[in-house]
Write a protein that binds this ligand. Structure first.
Ligand SMILES: [Zn+2]
Length: 292
């Protein structure tokens, strides 16, 4: 108000004020900018602190990360989900092989039971050890040659061969099976159109239970060759929903790098509220959609 009066009355001053105005504008703008920047910084800092507090809670309560894995590989949102009782079924196909003994050592260290879908390869001793140490010895295939899908006869003759091997070693008839390539495999169509549609019901009719998987470690892919990637695929793939949810994980114990990932997977699971179990005839089944 007073300035307005000065402005009107004193012409000299008016001019002077007029000259000074850009300076004031500059100073005010500078102050304003500084204020805005500090405001933004404050808000950012607050956000960062809140985030840090959250991750401290998460790390303290539910996350153990093995040495080779970066926290970032497990997405923030997933880490935040609530812990309930969830089951993980570790399953290993195509063995036994040269890495199986080492795998059994790791499983034994944590008293974790797993499921082995075995073939006619490897030593009897390893299958016996799997059995004696409380794991489920299940049937994959004897030859693991996709030509077994030529007909029901060729398939069952191969299945009988591995079944006989397991019975001879363990003294127990195995009833859990996994199809080479899974029930959804399309490779079988090269040998026999519609064979999987037939076999998936025929095996059940013959008293077997077949299991696919709902988490793939990717260890059979040519693009995956490290324990880090296997770990990451498994951890990002496990079912994080509440009680009753389950994850059937596909790995191969003939792959050393995949076996290398197991200890980290177990540590992560145990400290995040998962329990590990071997598949039994009463376990929930995961079936793929049959495509042939
Ligand atoms: Zn296989």
């Amino acid at each position: 108000m007073k300035r307005n009066v000065d402005y009107i009355i004193e012409k000299g001053k008016v001019r002077q004020r007029f000259k000074l105005k850009p300076v004031f504008v500059f100073i005010f703008s500078a102050l304003f900018t500084v204020l805005i920047i500090s405001g933004v910084q404050y808000v950012e800092e607050r956000g960062k602190n809140e985030k840090e507090e959250q991750s401290e809670i998460i790390e303290g309560v539910e996350t153990v990360v093995p040495d080779f894995i970066e926290l970032d590989t497990v997405s923030e949102g997933r880490k935040l989900e609530k812990v309930g009782e969830r089951t993980v079924y570790l399953t290993f196909d195509d063995g036994p092989g040269e890495h199986t003994a080492r795998l059994l050592d790791v499983l034994g260290k944590y008293d974790v039971k797993a499921t082995f879908f075995v073939t006619c390869k490897g030593s009897d001793d390893l299958i016996l050890r799997e059995f004696k140490e409380g794991h489920t010895v299940a049937l994959h295939t004897c030859s693991h040659n996709y030509a077994i899908y030529q007909s029901a006869e060729t398939y069952f003759s191969d299945l009988n061969a591995i079944s006989n091997r397991v019975s001879r070693i363990t003294g127990k008839e195995a009833k859990l099976i996994r199809f080479p390539g899974g029930s959804s495999n399309a490779i079988s169509a090269r040998y026999n159109k519609g064979i999987m549609t037939f076999l998936t019901s025929e095996v059940e009719r013959r008293g077997y239970k077949y299991f696919d998987w709902n988490v793939s470690s990717g260890d059979a892919s040519n693009n995956v060759s490290t324990a880090e990637v296997v770990f990451s695929n498994v951890i990002n793939g496990v079912d994080r929903r509440g009680e009753g949810s389950f994850s059937v994980i596909l790995q191969h114990d003939i792959k050393g790098f995949s076996v290398d990932a197991v200890e980290g997977i177990i540590q992560y699971g145990l400290s995040n509220g998962y329990k590990f179990e071997a598949l039994t005839e009463d376990s929930p089944v995961t079936h793929h959609r049959v495509s042939n």
